[in-house]
Design a protein. Structure first.
Length: 136
């Protein structure tokens, strides 16, 4: 099962000027909400929650039968458009021939999304699941 879980703090700027920050943060949220609307489907939770200090959090969660490339593309799109934003996205894709038994970790920081090896939940078997055994 294709599984993803992540978050990103949405920031329009790393050096806030009070009045300018509010306006640019509003534009940032409009962009993110539009991008989320394009990536959203009925089987995933992808939303934006406004928090304090003119910041917002993007939440991404889903369990799907097959790969969902749009989730990582959304993460990369936000990084490119709003380079002050940052976050983490975990993906497990059993259809990936190289990474089928592990989670991949994607870090959004400074406008870039980089992939890292997960050492907490991987390898999936035996860390969180038992291997399949077929009785003869």
């Amino acid at each position: 099962m294709f599984e993803f879980h992540g978050w990103a703090t949405i920031q329009s700027s790393v050096q806030p000027d009070a009045d300018e920050l509010l306006l640019s943060q509003e534009r940032a949220l409009e962009f993110v909400r539009s991008a989320v609307g394009e990536a959203q489907d009925k089987l995933s939770l992808i939303d934006v929650m406004e928090g304090g200090n003119s910041l917002a959090v993007l939440r991404l969660h889903g369990l799907r039968n097959h790969r969902r490339d749009g989730v990582l593309q959304l993460f990369k799109r936000i990084a490119a458009e709003l380079p002050a934003s940052y976050g983490i996205l975990y993906i497990h894709d059993p259809e990936d021939p190289v990474h089928d038994n592990c989670f991949r970790v994607f870090r959004m920081a400074r406008g870039q999304v980089e992939e890292f090896v997960d050492q907490i939940l991987s390898p999936r078997i035996p860390t969180i699941e038992d291997a399949w055994c077929e009785d003869d």
